[in-house]
Design a binder for this molecule. Structure first.
Ligand SMILES: Nc1nc2c(ncn2[C@@H]2O[C@H](COP(=O)(O)OP(=O)(O)O)[C@@H](O)[C@H]2O)c(=O)[nH]1
Ligand SMILES: [Mg+2]
Length: 697
């Protein structure tokens, strides 16, 4: 069945790991009649955690998509992973939805990953709500959790559902919107909550919450606000309209409470999304552009078809699946379309909605909906699909840079190609995962958002692909540069029967500012070296630069000037000048006080304040320079530092052990800086050892 734009809602469920997202997702599908029985995460049979790696580890690794119908609306739900290792799948689902629900554990309050996700949503101006979970636990505390949310997010959440009781006394929730109570039916979780009258003891709490909700609705537009100030209230229709408008503009943050494990708090939640939740047309973070331009566009069913590939996954049975969000017009099965990004025709065959892994064929998708194209020939994540009439191209999703890398190589040469193919696919499935063959250090380096993500890929290589691999900590890409001017000459001369070889080159080299890499200047006067041999000279210089002189790392940030030379009318050749230049360069380098450079990274760490001291002293032991430290609120600190990459190769492991797994970080390359003394000597020694080992192989 197909739903028109006005009948579609897209909701991401996100938040710190273990807060109850997958359980909530499962129970919403049960409440919506999609599955006859809800399973637990521990059983490994939930709709959300269905891949072999999720079943094995009992955590979410990939975003799952399913939908329920409620009040005539199709609600697409994304169950996202909580670990920062899989942030890529969370961010892609944020882009694909107009409403994000952050789950907050009612015992632990707002945790680090949730704060980071909140910031991401802030940047997207995305309407969002909060779902407080686990209130059936003795340690659950609704009021404390609300206070914590207020403090950490600097907002006052507006309760839509409020819990009745806590811990063992938990009975259910009250829906502030329709002023009804929803009671838990038994503990087993096989029955849905039941609607009833609000117990008298909650009358005051309800009245207060109702007042706050009406205020939130009055924010919807000016006329409602006037009316509210005038009359002190709004009627049901006004309230409804006001809430829709205020939420679409993120003027308030609705807060829900519930215990998914007891099927509690689900019906009011689904009703709210169906009736009040933002419509796709209100999305603000869809942009098109090319060559640096960027324009925001809105979802519009009345324009020619355009769709965006939000994700690619590979299913054991169904093969390659391209997840599509239709932005304009409608996407129809069995049609011709254009892959704008690849500039190729794409034949659209069958299209599907999905309930987790289960695909259901449909005829068409309207703008705003999310669905799946199977076995597409050309589609990749981030590609734009159109009917060929327009030339819009969607801007790629912005993702954080990988923070953890491991070098891998196949134990047997014959597996090289197979490993390569697997890595291509893995990088397409998760855009935060990268691989690169480093020609300098001659290793394939795979990188991801943390050790967990990288280890899961390594497991798949070994277990599914049956490729034996060796892994090690990647080599750092050091560089070499000079610290003063120098000059040198070299004559390449050889007489071996027949033709001889002759070329003489005199070079001057000088340091360039950091990051300028290389400049070649031909300063020859009067034809000491004929013009046609100059390219040979430059080739020789470039070879010399690539080889380095200290430890085999490339030379950067030098100006090379050819000032003089000599040639022979018969024996000179490009090759002779290349060899002369290469040797002259090496000689000049020796006299120019060369030094090694190491990459310095910008590091941002989030930690609970109790770990602040340990993290700081660890960073100073890692030669880090602290650049700033600030409180994010609620006991969470953000540290900014510059740290040599060589010290950060295993930082995801180190930080995890310092902070008992609660800390998280991001890194990006900033600049190269000189190293000297023991550190430099060690790098040179390691490089020599590496080369000896290589030549023995
Ligand atoms: N007591 C209680 N446990 C819950 C509730 N929701 C989820 N859980 C449990 O919390 C654990 C983590 O849940 P899961 O849904 O995997 O969290 P996710 O990582 O956010 O997807 C599981 O053991 C769930 O059974 C709840 O409302 N109450
Ligand atoms: Mg989960």
């Amino acid at each position: 069945m197909s739903y028109t734009t006005d009948l579609i809602k897209n909701v991401s469920i996100a938040g710190h790991g273990g807060t109850g997202k997958t359980t909530l997702f499962e129970r919403l599908l049960f409440a919506g009649g999609v599955i006859p029985k809800a399973e637990t995460v521990e059983s490994g049979k939930t709709v959300g955690d269905s891949s072999p790696e999720e079943v094995e580890r009992k955590i979410s690794i990939h975003t799952a998509l399913a939908h329920v119908e409620r009040n005539g609306k199709k609600i697409n739900l994304f169950d996202t992973p909580g670990s920062s290792d899989f942030i890529g799948d969370v961010i892609l689902s944020f882009r694909a939805s107009e409403f994000a629900i952050l789950t907050v554990d009612g015992r632990a309050g707002v945790q680090i990953e949730t704060i980071k996700l909140w910031r991401n949503l802030e940047g997207r101006e995305k309407p969002r709500g909060i779902f407080i979970t686990k209130l059936d636990d003795e340690r659950g505390d609704y009021q404390n959790t609300l206070d914590d949310i207020r403090e950490k997010f600097k907002i006052t959440p507006v309760p839509i559902t409020i819990p009745m009781g806590n811990g063992a006394a938990y009975q259910g929730v009250i829906n502030v919107l329709n002023e009804k109570a929803y009671f838990v039916q038994g503990d087993a979780g096989g029955t849905l909550e039941k609607e009833g009258a609000v117990p008298a003891e909650y009358a005051d709490a309800l009245a207060a919450a109702r007042e706050r909700l009406i205020e939130a609705a009055a924010e919807g537009d000016d006329s409602l606000m006037e009316k509210y100030i005038d009359k002190g209230s709004l009627d049901a229709e006004e309230m409804h309209r006001g809430l829709i408008e205020a939420l679409a503009e993120h003027k308030f943050v609705p807060a829900f409470a519930g215990v998914a494990l007891k099927n509690s708090g689900l019906i009011p939640f689904l009703d709210f999304i169906a009736d009040i939740g933002p419509n796709p047309k209100t999305a603000r973070d869809i942009s098109v552009g090319e060559d640096g331009t960027k324009t925001d566009i809105s979802i519009d069913p009345d324009k020619p078809m355009a769709a965006l590939v939000i994700k690619t996954s590979y299913d054991q049975f169904s093969g390659k699946l391209s997840w599509i969000k239709v932005i304009r017009g409608k996407l129809t099965a069995d049609t011709e379309a254009q892959n704008v990004s690849e500039n190729k025709k794409e034949r659209i065959g069958k299209i599907y909605t999905c309930q987790g892994k289960k695909l259901e064929e449909v005829r068409e998708f309207y703008a705003g909906d999310v669905g799946i194209i199977s076995k597409s020939a050309t589609l990749k994540t981030n590609d734009t699909l159109s009917d060929g009439s327009g030339s819009i191209s969607f801007i790629h999703l912005r993702l954080p840079e990988p923070v953890h890398s491991v070098a891998v190589n196949a134990a047997a040469k014959k597996d090289d190609d197979k490993l390569g193919e697997f890595l291509v696919r893995a990088a397409e499935e998760d855009k935060t995962f990268r691989y690169q063959y480093n020609t300098e250090t001659k290793e394939t380096v795979i990188s991801g958002m943390g050790e967990l993500q990288v280890n899961i890929i390594l497991d798949k290589i070994k277990q599914n692909q049956k490729i034996e691999v060796e892994t090690h900590v990647p080599h750092v890409a050091y560089r070499e540069t000079i610290t003063k001017k120098a000059g040198a000459e070299y004559t390449h001369k050889k007489q071996t029967g027949g033709h001889g070889q002759y070329g003489k080159v005199l070079l001057e080299i000088a340091p360039l500012p950091r990051g300028e890499n290389y400049q070649f200047i031909n300063a020859i006067f009067g034809g000491a070296i004929p013009k046609n041999y100059i390219p040979g000279v430059e080739k020789g210089v470039l070879e010399g630069m690539a080889a380095g002189t200290m430890a085999g790392y490339p030379v950067v940030d030098v100006e090379v000037k050819v000032v003089d030379g000599k040639y022979h009318p018969v024996d000179s050749s490009e090759l002779a000048f290349k060899l002369a230049a290469r040797n002259a360069f090496r000689e000049a380098m020796r006299q120019a006080a060369p030094t090694l450079l190491e990459p310095i990274m910008n590091l941002t760490v989030f930690v609970e304040d109790k770990y602040l001291g340990d993290v700081m002293s660890d960073l100073s032991g890692k030669r880090g320079k602290i650049q700033g430290q600030s409180s994010v609120g609620g006991g969470i600190e953000e540290i900014k530092a510059q740290v040599p990459q060589a010290e950060l190769l295993r930082y995801s492991i180190d930080l995890r052990s310092i902070t008992s797994g609660t800390g998280s970080f991001s890194v990006e390359f900033d600049h190269y800086a000189p190293i000297s003394g023991k550190i430099s000597e060690d790098v040179i020694k390691a490089a020599q050892a590496f080369r000896v080992q290589e030549s023995e192989e």
